[in-house]
Ligand binder design. Sequence first.
Ligand code: COA
Length: 642
Amino acid sequence: MLKLMGPINASRGQALFTFSKNLWNVNSSSVLRATVGYQHALHPRLLSSQSDLPPLPVPPLQVTLDKFLRSARPLVTPEEFQTTQDLVKQFSAAGGCGPKLQKLLEEKAKTTRNWMADWWLRTAYLEFRYPVVVWSSPGLVFPHQKVCNQDEQLTLAARVISGAVDFKCLIDNNKLPLERMGKDPLDMSQYSKIMGTCRIPGIPRDSLQHADPCNPPKHVVVAYKNHFFEVPVYGENGEPLSEDQIRKQLCEIVSGPVKPAVPIGILTSDQRDNWGKAYQELIKDPKNVCSLETIHKSLFLVCLDDPNPNFGSLDKRSIAARQMVHGCGSKNNGANRWFDKTIQFVIGTTGELGITYEHSPAEGPPVAGLMDHVVDVINKGGLKLSTSGCVPKPNHLPFNTSSELQCAIQTAEKNLDAMVDDLEMYGYVYKGYGKEFPKSQKMSPDSFIQMAIQFAFYRLHKLPGAHYESASTRKYFGGRTETIRSCSCESVAFAEAMLDCSKSDEEKVKAMKEAVNGHKKYTLEAVNGCGVDRHLLGLKLIALENGIQVPELYKDVAYVRSSHMRISTSQVAGKCEAFMCYGPLVNDGYACCYNPRANEIHMGISAFKSCPDTSASKFKDALEESFDDMHNVLVKTQKSKL
Ligand code: COA
């Protein structure tokens, strides 16, 4: 796939951890102007409720370096580790580079309530040049719906739109319950960024356009056979339209053009530089500019998809996962999308329902919150809103395409199809138990699942895998995530013990508890802003911004290997039987996102077919075995104590 991707030769994981030097000949004030500042999308009411949140702390340097050494230890040889220890010593010595950078970072942190927020938006997302499809944008698969024909597809779509508009009203009126982690209130600002937001391609950096919170959008955009339509969702009185009124507009759309449009939406699936160039061509035409503005400013997109291709015996959750992540390619629904839009509801012809979401403005939990609300509305049979008043007509959005654009479309089609062919992805439900079982064993369910994933990787590859888990830092103003480095000496000792026939069950359980508790300790540090990754990234970025050479430590094998996240994971919990899914961070990696419910775990698992070492299907089987083994050994030792 990388060959097809042309000039891009770094992996997604590297994009998060290493940076092209020429991008850094900028000073910090130009950085802040060029990206969208943190507060732009916030409603004034929301901003005031945020005012008490603490600023993101800068961890003490030595604490981070010690943690970094511990996290890198299982991934390097003793000789390599010795070199790394020496480099860390040099880096942290009084008068050395580390203390100098730490001071600069602490100075920066005094001038902002979140020293990482704009940096993160820029480096992890807006400057990332890979396609957002597969490499950045997750899919969220909702519970399967009863849909057998287009009529039912439209009824479902109208209900989804109505439910999502209702959620938007809750956000705007500050009626969402304040979320907490323990007793601490969480930053709720991501909720107000998920609707009315769009990513705009740019070279070398994209930008985010947020709707004006004082003049919020009143329409959504519906994609049907690659055409785009503006659909008003509020009536003349400013009240949300009813489901019936929305449905009438959808009926009007599908009774219109039957011939697919020129697949302009496929451009949004391409590498960002390709799309950025095509975008410049597109906006030469004023008609296109108007259509683009309507898409950018819409609350969200609704994709009325055509039937999926025949996937043979593949189960419907895995098919839905592919539909949500990439639309199954250019010959299917891949162009019936605007991948830059933060929220796209995707509605299939046979009950597939979900969201494709562009990751830059928000993490998964607010999007899962939107899903839960919409699913509630569906399950209740819709909202009972008044249906009086005339129904506005949907407005077709025209696009003119030059020969240059036709060429760009062909390239985007080829690139999307290559990505689709390369991604092996499954929706999977582990039915043996859910989070109640680890709780009954007095272990953290999240840490337990993480250790099962570590064990599965070790079982397959017989070596430790650097492992990324997102931890929320929403306790802090503007907080997004910190990395939990789930691979540790304890996780490796646990996996080895489990596979070692000479170990007793008691020894295996002891190793399991040490690994799970070690992970939980790291989690608590990460949610309190004390991980390794954001701090080390901050020190590197502050060096670059101040014209200071990036320290040797960042080129050392321990840093490089421990940042090459072969396992990319995240817990995105929802109330319903849903799961999030996305592509791996690196070419030889896996992605595994999960929704732990009381008695089962819903997961999205993927790997790239082009990597001969990995297989999503084998990983799924290894994970199932690991969950089973962990359960069995715990139950056996308990029985033996009775
Ligand atoms: N014994 C018994 N019960 C325990 C336990 C133990 N030793 N440890 C934890 N539990 C309980 C908890 O009290 C909690 O109970 P609840 O369900 O009644 O609230 C439950 O188990 C879950 O806790 P745990 O599994 O430890 O973790 P968590 O729910 O706090 O999740 C993270 C951990 C890292 C996933 C979470 O903090 C987080 O950051 N989530 C957001 C991640 C994110 O942003 N992802 C999206 C990126 S796109």
